[in-house]
Design a protein around this ligand. Sequence first.
Ligand SMILES: [Zn+2]
Length: 179
Amino acid sequence: MTDALMPYDDVLAAFDPALGLEVHVELNTASKMFCGCPATFGGEPNSGVCPTCLGLPGAMPVVNAKAVESAIRIGLALNCDIAEWCRFARKNYFYPDMPKNFQTSQYDEPIAFDGWMDVTVPTADGDGETYRVEIERAHLEEDTGKSLHVGGATGRIHGADHSLVDNNRAGNPLVEIVT
Ligand SMILES: [Zn+2]
């Protein structure tokens, strides 16, 4: 028995819980975030790819104007400030379905920030109670590819014989909304 743990009631008295969500919104653009490949689902695996979304040497990404417009619209709908200029950053990590080994995302200079959204929660008296969800930021980034795990009972990597990678989704535009 340790006395290092605070009793539950003391924890509730001493701290306010702060919970946040990161919501990924897939944008409905015709093309991907940084190349002209189709941003559609369901094509023949690895048919909608190019040197840019595969991260091949010398590829030159060009930002999708429609995705930027969509991000601004989302930011305005969430009562955010819209940055006069913003920056993309490389988020480096290795994962088999991310062919570049980095995700192009936004870090300290997102396109939209400091917003809010009012949500009315039903109450027993029927009047409802309005609760304000603060929006930390809404930033642009790109999706990863998709791993398919084959041979197991559940489709998950555990128990699978082998895995296949479909990069059609790699580079699809996303807005990440952070509450
Ligand atoms: Zn591409």
